[in-house]
Design a protein around this ligand. Structure first.
Ligand SMILES: Nc1ncnc2c1ncn2[C@@H]1O[C@H](COP(=O)(O)OP(=O)(O)OP(=O)(O)O)[C@@H](O)[C@H]1O
Ligand SMILES: [Mg+2]
Length: 262
């Protein structure tokens, strides 16, 4: 069922490329012969069953895991050989559950995003202030800038963490399950934010989610990963994804728990 991906931004520069990529973890072949190319400005959703290799793929893109075969490049470079210096933003689910007892304001948390290794010794304070204000604005937290992060709702906290990634000015933003534990209205707000980042800021987004409804309503392209790429194409052109999903345990989170939405 391998499909040629219909890139929204044909001709745009390539941000990420995997070529015949295989990854082995503890002697087990987790990713096999993965081939894909993601261009600047694309919003790509990655779905698949538990253990299908989604997080493994992200860790390989970040240079933390090494290919057993083939290669992956980000901005044309092997991620293991370069320091992306804030060019790649990473928002994990656990990042949203930052300790609520930590005394820190939203502005302080977002400011942490401006710290990159090259800046550590030449802290350009003025420029950073502007970047932080812009990030606050983009995630809609300007009014809550001085609030303690412990007092934020789950959705607001997730926005703050996204704001921290934005403050790094990353071109490529990677999200691993950003919507878990986020209620429906916050979820829709976050999806709108991601969509805006893509269209207005020309960011490239890669989002892993089990939330098919969310992927359908936001991503331009869906990759179904189960060891290998089982599907790569438009979210609207996967009529049998629900059948496929049913077979391998992917959840239609919202069709079950939020019927009123449909
Ligand atoms: N640290 C590890 N060492 C060895 N094998 C691992 C390790 N982490 C994960 N694996 C194995 O790699 C495979 C893929 O795991 P991965 O975490 O990439 O899946 P996933 O698609 O992200 O799943 P989920 O939807 O549950 O997050 C699984 O079979 C898992 O058991
Ligand atoms: Mg995972």
């Amino acid at each position: 069922m391998q499909a040629i991906s219909s890139s929204r931004v044909a001709g745009a520069p390539s941000m990420l490329e995997a070529t015949n990529l295989s990854v082995v973890r503890s002697g087990k072949l987790v990713l096999e012969d993965v081939n894909l190319r993601i261009n600047k400005g694309e919003f790509v959703g990655i779905v698949g069953p538990n253990g299908g290799g989604k997080s493994t793929f992200l860790l390989t893109v970040l240079g933390i895991l090494q290919p057993a075969n083939g290669s992956v490049t980000v901005f044309g470079h092997n991620p293991q050989n370069v320091n992306f210096n804030g060019n790649v933003g990473w928002v994990s689910q656990s990042a949203a559950s930052i300790p609520t007892k930590m005394r820190m304001t939203v502005r302080e948390l977002i400011s942490l995003g401006t710290l990159s290794t090259s800046d550590l010794f030449s802290f350009r304070r003025r420029k950073n202030d502007e970047v932080v204000e812009r990030a606050l604005e983009l995630v809609g937290l300007t009014d809550l800038a001085e609030m303690d992060i412990g007092r934020l709702s789950g959705g607001q906290r997730q926005r703050a963490v996204i704001g921290r990634a934005l403050a790094s000015n990353a071109e490529l933003l990677i999200f691993d399950e950003p919507l878990v534990n986020v209620d429906r209205s916050s979820r829709n707000g976050i999806l709108k934010l991601l969509d805006d980042l893509c269209h207005n800021e020309n960011k490239t987004l890669l989002m892993v989610s089990h939330d098919l409804t969310a992927i359908r309503q936001s991503a331009h392209r869906v990759i179904y990963l189960d060891g290998q790429i089982q599907y790569d194409g438009s979210p609207s052109e996967i009529p049998d994804l629900s059948g496929l999903a049913g077979l391998v345990g992917l959840q239609h989170v919202h069709s079950h728990t939020h019927k009123e939405e449909e």
